[in-house]
Write a protein that binds this ligand. Sequence first.
Ligand code: FAD
Length: 200
Amino acid sequence: ALQFETTDQRFHFLNLHKYGREGQLLCHIWGDSNWEEHASLSDEEVVKEVICGLRAMFPRKPGSEIGGEQQDMVPFPALWKVTRWSLDPFALGAYTEFQDPRATEDDRDVYARPEGRILFTGEGAVPGNIGAQCTHGAVLGGASAAIALLSEGVGAARREAQEEESPRIGELLGSGPMSLDVPILVEVLATGRCKGRKRR
Ligand SMILES: Cc1cc2nc3c(=O)[nH]c(=O)nc-3n(C[C@H](O)[C@H](O)[C@H](O)COP(=O)(O)OP(=O)(O)OC[C@H]3O[C@@H](n4cnc5c(N)ncnc54)[C@H](O)[C@@H]3O)c2cc1C
């Protein structure tokens, strides 16, 4: 499985082994589980809690008898790393989340508000229905901001020298989220070219 389900509401397990990182498991602590205690625990104590959570899911080695000598199916990991993004004042967490009851979609509009010539984008600065918190939201927001910059003339001289196959900004626009033509955008991001060139 790519993800391990658990009734322990603190944890979410991603099976990195399935993604090609041999023997690695990623656990993240849900911000809205209100498990504040981890902040005062040492890294090793946090790992112990996580292992307890895993052992609750996988109690013993297959075939070992109930009531017999307990054989842990989940050994204590040989290597581990604990990160604490929620305590980093410059990050304040892994990705944006409406944890405060007063937080709303309007906050995303505030994140996305330009400051003069500086644009802000990323998963936190796109609406929830576009993909806030997620990779696709970050990609769409980034593309939209890049188009806004290029439309303002940034890099215009260089673009004049582009080959015929290179995409033009207008070709990336369409009726999709954030006024993008997503299939064309994906093609351009994946290949750097726009073969499905629009005819006007
Ligand atoms: C554990 C976990 C699981 C997730 N699972 C999923 C999932 O299943 N599906 C999904 O769609 N999304 C998932 N996400 C969310 C997804 O990873 C994010 O939404 C996405 O990466 C956000 O992209 P971004 O470009 O907005 O920000 P980021 O990916 O956070 O990129 C910001 C970049 O800015 C850099 N940076 C920060 N400060 C500075 C600075 N001062 N100077 C220079 N560089 C700086 C950082 O190092 C980072 O590289 C998950 C996230 C986490 C943490």
